[in-house]
Each structure stands twice: as C-alpha cells, then as structure tokens.
Design a protein around this ligand. Structure first.
Ligand code: NAP
Length: 314
C-alpha cells in the first residue's frame, strides 16, 4: 500500500481508502465489520463516512468495527446533511455543526475526528461563520483537520482566503465526484486544489460499480448489485453514453492486459493531486480487488486512458 499526504497537510493516508456509505444501507453490522477488517488487513488507513449515511448507522457500524484499532486509522466524516427534522438540524451554522460533531463522536465511539468535512455548501450560512466554528473544534482537540465536499473552485478559493486572513485552520481536502466517466472537476476544482494545497478525494471513483465492467449493455443489472437496487436511478448510470466510454476503456484495458478496475482506480491513484481513492465496497473480496488495483499507471498507459475519456468526460 502506498501512503500519500492529504493535500499540503502532514497527514498521511492510504492511496486506496474505504468509502463507507454502504454501511447501514446495503451492508448490515456484521457485513460492514467484515469489509472493515479486510481493509485493515490490507493496509487501508483512510475511512470515509458521513453523519447521514445509512440514517446515521454508517458511523455506528464503522466505529464498532474499528474498535481499539481506531487509533491506527484516519477517520473522516461529514456534516451538513439533514439529521432529524427541522431547519436547525442541517446545514453549516455554528449551532448545527458543533452539535453534529458531538453526535458523530458519540456514534463513532471516539474522542476525535481526523478529518471533518463540510458535506456540501450551505447557501444559508456564510463561510465566515462556518470556518471559525470548525476552527474552534480543531483548537478544542475534537477535530484534527478540516475539508470540504461538493465545493466549486471559487468556493474553495473563497474559503481558503477566509481562513488565511482570519488565521483559521485551512481546508486540506476536497471531496468531489470524479471518475473516468466524469472528469468535470479538472476544469476548476483541481486547479483550485493545486493552488490552495487541498488533496482531492474522488467520490464515486467506480461510478457506483459501473467501472468494474460488471454491467452489460442491453442486459438487466445483475442481482445483488447497487445499480439493480437503485432501480430508475441505476438506469441513469447504465446509459448509452456511459457504455460508449466503457467500450473505449475496455479496448485500452485489453490492449494493456489490465482489468477495467485497474484502469479506474489506477488512473485516479496516479494523479498527483489525488490523496486517496475512497472506493466503496459491499464485500471483503471487493476491498481485496480494489486495493490490488491501486497501482499507478505508467505515463504511456495514462496517456491512453486520457485519450479514451477526455473528450466526453472532461
Ligand atoms: P463507488 O466507489 O463508485 O462504487 C462502490 C460500489 O461499487 C460498491 O458499493 C459495490 O457495489 C461496487 N464495487 C466496489 N468494488 C467492486 C469490485 N471490486 N467489483 C465489483 N463491484 C464493486 O461509489 P461509492 O461507494 O458511493 O463512493 C465512494 C465513497 O465516496 C462512498 O462510500 C462515500 O464515502 C463517498 N461519497 C461521497 C459523496 C459526497 O457527496 N461527498 C457522495 C457519494 C459517495 P455493489 O456490490 O452493491 O454492486
């Protein structure tokens, strides 16, 4: 396993991490524990969850699965999504985010969160309110580093300047959708991350499993897969456009003698600004395959993958 710095911070994370949004949804407590144990066994140290995953059960299952090994890993969670009803229980206000952090600490069964991320921008709260409240959590020892998710390039620049002029903890990471079918972050978000020292954490790195090659055009999605469980939403991923790009990638994979998974994960892991590829998994075997697919591609291999996807996906 390779370990990389998270952006310009000194925090080292495994190049292949584990996304935990299946826990409490597609995975029960026992299955979640099996997935986490396999990840630990293979040297995965970066675990990403959120307070809203699995109706808050993802944090509970992850905390229970880690147990005393919690101190060996980098635990990342998020806030801003609605928990419970009402206008007070969502967003990035000082009031809500401090409560959300306390609740996450309790569910995770830990005294500190390594990376606390704003799940998505909250148009109702100025960043001048959110960042000082997050900084207070850092100073109190409850949080080590802070990050953002689903921010645009200008929102990252705005947040970093707000932190800089007010001597607050800077954002060290940006979590955004990024995979071989969707490279839009390369336009504005990646340049902002490079300029302001944030590591990129690509979410949906496998396009929800589509980039493993297990779905076939014109055939129903195999049972017991996410895109089958998603119904109509799954059909949107199984589009003609996506199968067209997948076909081009399969040609590259065949000519290089590599699996589709090795292209999908290896291509992301090769980008210098990507700190950890947080692929999700529902089974321990998937974690094994995803970790094995985390090797960097050569410059020539990268150029071939780039040529196959740049026009449609970037
Ligand atoms: P993903 O990594 O693109 O896809 C994960 C899914 O693909 C798995 O749940 C599994 O689904 C399938 N899969 C994984 N490895 C496989 C393998 N080796 N062979 C065959 N199938 C495999 O999607 P994701 O888990 O949603 O995204 C990763 C993480 O990003 C999440 O866990 C979460 O932490 C984060 N995330 C963040 C946001 C945000 O707004 N910040 C949004 C979405 C996700 P099945 O077995 O069910 O088919």
């Amino acid at each position: 396993m390779e370990y990389k710095n998270l952006g310009r911070s000194g925090l080292q994370v495994s190049a292949v991490g584990l996304g935990c949004n299946n826990f409490g949804m597609r995975c029960d407590k026992e299955q979640s524990a099996a997935v986490v144990q396999k990840a630990l066994e293979l040297g995965v140290t970066f675990f990403d969850t959120a307070n809203i995953y699995g109706g808050t059960r993802s944090e509970e299952f992850l905390g229970a699965a880690l147990g005393p090994r919690r101190k060996e890993v980098v635990l990342a969670t998020k806030f801003a999504g609605p928990v419970g009803g009402g206008v007070l229980n969502k967003g990035t206000s000082r009031r809500h985010l401090i409560q959300a952090a306390e609740d996450s600490l309790g569910r995770l069964g830990t005294d500190w969160i390594d990376l606390y991320q704003i799940h998505f921008p909250d148009p109702a709260t100025p960043i001048e309110e959110t960042l000082p409240a997050m900084d207070d959590l850092v100073r109190s020892g409850k949080v080590r580093y802070i990050g953002c998710s689903n921010f645009s390039g200008w929102q990252i620049a705005d947040a970093q300047w707000t932190a800089r002029v007010n001597h607050l903890s800077p954002l060290v990471s940006a979590q955004n959708e990024y995979n071989l079918l969707d490279r839009r972050v390369e336009r504005e978000v990646v340049p902002a991350c490079n300029a302001y020292g944030l590591g990129v954490l690509p979410y949906f790195p496998l396009a929800s499993g589509f980039l493993t090659g297990k779905y076939r055009q014109g055939e129903p999605p195999p049972e017991d897969t996410r895109l089958a469980a998603w119904g109509a939403r799954g059909q949107q991923v199984l589009s003609e456009r996506n199968f067209h790009i997948l076909g081009k990638l399969q040609d590259v994979a065949d000519s290089l003698g590599k699996s589709m998974l090795a292209l999908a994960i290896g291509w992301l892991a090769s980008q210098p600004y990507v700190s950890s590829v947080i692929a999700g998994a529902t089974k321990p075997e998937q974690v094994e395959q995803n970790v094995a697919a985390g090797n960097r591609l050569t410059p020539d291999e990268l150029a071939q993958v780039d040529a196959a996807t740049r026009r449609e996906a970037a």
